[in-house]
Design a protein around this ligand. Structure first.
Ligand SMILES: Cc1cc2nc3c(=O)[nH]c(=O)nc-3n(C[C@H](O)[C@H](O)[C@H](O)COP(=O)(O)O)c2cc1C
Length: 188
């Protein structure tokens, strides 16, 4: 399988990157990985022009920034991991901009022709945070679950690594999240 992994933290070598690297290593040689480091890219927020809604067969986003290549990679992927730190109970601005741009994948929402260019594509959310899961990471999990439903994706789960301090002190929770996500996304 070709697995696209999106690293959404502004920190190139922080907790999120470290857990994602563990996942990529755990995938082994049987899978191709394309890592997208969002902090290296220029991805603007959705302009709400709805030009994409006029194109039913392609994404059709008219904002010509680095999101174009990310959109193409997501389309080609067999599975996608969205990895992010938790900022103020939700997504950091950088990856939120990309998620908003997912509007272009969904076609005919609220009409009988409602479909998605990503229909049935397996996706998973990986979150690192300093605090606990409860009353902290619940909102980002709910937000991603709703996005997956809206995009008609195959939601392979949300995986939260709580209590993160520094990348060199990731504990058992990180390994458990990696193993569970791998099993759900590409099989054991
Ligand atoms: C602006 C900002 C907001 C944060 N908000 C939260 C939060 O709401 N809950 C939480 O548990 N941790 C929060 N944190 C901590 C990060 O989620 C945590 O350190 C994460 O593992 C950082 O990942 P990174 O090293 O990949 O950037 C916040 C950190 C920053 C910089």
């Amino acid at each position: 399988m070709k697995v696209v992994t999106i690293q959404g933290s502004p920190r190139a070598n922080g907790n999120t990157a470290a857990v994602l690297e563990k996942f990529e290593k755990a995938l082994g040689d049987g899978h191709e990985v394309e890592r997208i480091d969002l902090q290296k890219l220029n991805v603007g927020g959705c302009l709400a022009c709805y030009a994409c809604a006029q194109n039913l067969s392609e994404p059709g986003c008219v904002q010509m920034d680095d999101a174009q290549s990310v959109i193409a990679s997501i389309l080609e992927a067999d599975a996608v991991v969205y990895a992010t730190p938790l900022y103020m109970w939700t997504f950091p601005a950088q990856i939120k901009a990309l998620l908003d741009r997912h509007l272009c994948f969904v076609k005919g929402y609220t009409t009988p022709e409602y479909t998605s260019l990503l229909k049935d594509k397996p996706v998973a959310l990986l979150v690192t945070c300093g605090g606990p899961v409860e009353e902290n990471a619940d909102l980002i999990e709910e937000g991603f679950s709703r996005l997956a439903k809206y995009g008609l994706l195959k939601h392979a789960g949300n995986y939260v690594v709580p209590g993160c301090t520094t990348p060199d002190q990731l504990g058992d929770a990180a390994d458990a999240a990696v193993e569970q996500m791998k099993a759900a996304l590409v099989g054991a």
